[in-house]
Design a protein around this ligand. Structure first.
Ligand SMILES: [Zn+2]
Length: 373
């Protein structure tokens, strides 16, 4: 979902926690706002900054706690969570696949808002106790705001815009009654998009009226709209490709190259003749790697007659290959991640057995969706 890189910060309960670079922007914005609020109440700048920093960290810990609750319930129900990422719009726990039943999705989705309600009550308790014991503004002001923010988080996440938690609860309910995840996701995703457009509209109206904060609504609305569309597409893909192995859709007759031929032969007999951007190099039964036009361009033209393919071969064995026993959906995801159009299919004995292309998979999805399968 995020094209910008993230940094790993550690593991909690066995879940990998990552911070996306966009997170630092929001961290500074929140820190600035907390410090600003606190400075108005406490009126000592260094103490305000320090308290602001602690409050900001507690705020992000609250977000992390929310995502950890989702992830924990997911894992209890055999739904693996790839990682938890904090980014500019909050946190997200990335699932490796969709939940198996509406009940699991419901439990998993409700865990988040419940955890935020719990934190809100907790911080409100701290606020009441600290006020009662006269512990001072350094405790009462942050605990009050943290109670308020966690309450807002719980409520915002309960809104029915898929893929927000409320949207997931809505989808789980539809799924339960319709007994089919596809139409349930379609409706939830449309409602999610409608909700996203509403946010964008409210944002625009606010901006026109001079409220700069409206930009925030526009951005969140835009993000939710993308996410809602993406979620539906993912379900359609998963449905069309479920149970299909790479070995069933791969092309078995592929053109391979011997490592002993020269680059000049390679260019004339393969690149110019067949017009592919890359070829697998195979010696006997062994797959050695992939040669690309790019690799050849690295070698000066005079040397093309004397250099052979084996010498310039990139050891790109791992990234561009897939096992025939893998799922087709996995192949599609790998191609998207590596931004390539095809993968070489290599069996456990390191033998090249086929080629799977994005076009093959997309065609299959098209045929199956048109047939309503
Ligand atoms: Zn949530």
């Amino acid at each position: 979902m995020f094209s910008l890189p993230s940094i790993k910060i550690g593991k909690i309960l066995g879940f990998n926690i990552e911070i996306n670079y966009t997170w630092f922007i929001i961290f500074l914005v929140i820190l600035f706002q907390f410090t600003h609020i606190l400075n108005a109440e406490i009126s000592s700048f260094p103490i305000s900054v320090l308290t602001g920093l602690i409050t900001t960290l507690l705020f992000f810990s609250s977000l992390l706690f929310h995502e950890l609750c989702h992830s924990y319930i997911a894992r209890l129900n055999n739904l693996p969570i790839k990682k938890i990422t904090l980014f500019i719009f909050g946190g997200v726990a990335e699932m490796a696949k969709e939940p198996a039943t509406p009940a699991i999705e419901f439990k998993m989705a409700i865990a988040g808002p419940l955890s935020s309600f719990f934190l809100s009550a907790f911080f409100y308790g701290v606020f009441v106790l600290a006020s009662f014991l006269n512990l001072g503004l350094v405790i009462t002001v942050p605990s009050y705001y943290l109670a308020l923010i966690n309450l807002s988080l719980a409520i915002f996440n309960l809104l029915p815009g898929f893929p927000l938690d409320g949207g997931r609860l809505f989808r789980a309910t539809l799924w339960f009654f319709l007994k089919d995840i596809k139409p349930a996701t379609k409706v939830a995703s449309l409602v999610g998009q409608g909700f996203a457009y509403l946010l964008i509209f409210v944002g625009f109206v606010s901006v026109i009226q001079g409220l700069v904060g409206g930009i925030w609504f526009i951005l969140i609305g835009w993000f939710l709209n993308q996410a809602a569309q993406g979620s539906y597409q993912q379900v359609v893909l998963q449905r069309a490709l479920s149970g299909i192995k790479v070995s069933e859709i791969m092309t078995k007759d592929i053109l391979t190259i011997e490592p002993s031929i020269t680059l000049d032969e390679m260019v004339n007999n393969y690149f110019l003749k067949h017009r592919f951007g890359r070829f697998p190099v195979v010696e006997g039964d062994n797959f050695l790697g992939v040669i690309t036009i790019h690799d050849i361009k690295e070698v000066s033209r005079e040397k093309w007659f004397t250099t052979n393919v084996g010498e310039v071969l990139q050891s790109s064995k791992k990234s561009f290959t897939i096992s025939p026993d893998n799922d087709a959906i996995h192949a599609l995801m790998q191609m998207a991640q590596e931004e390539i159009g095809h993968l070489l299919v290599i069996n456990e004995k390191d033998k090249l057995v086929g080629l799977v292309t994005r076009t093959d998979i997309i065609r299959l999805i098209k045929v199956k969706t048109e047939l309503g399968m």
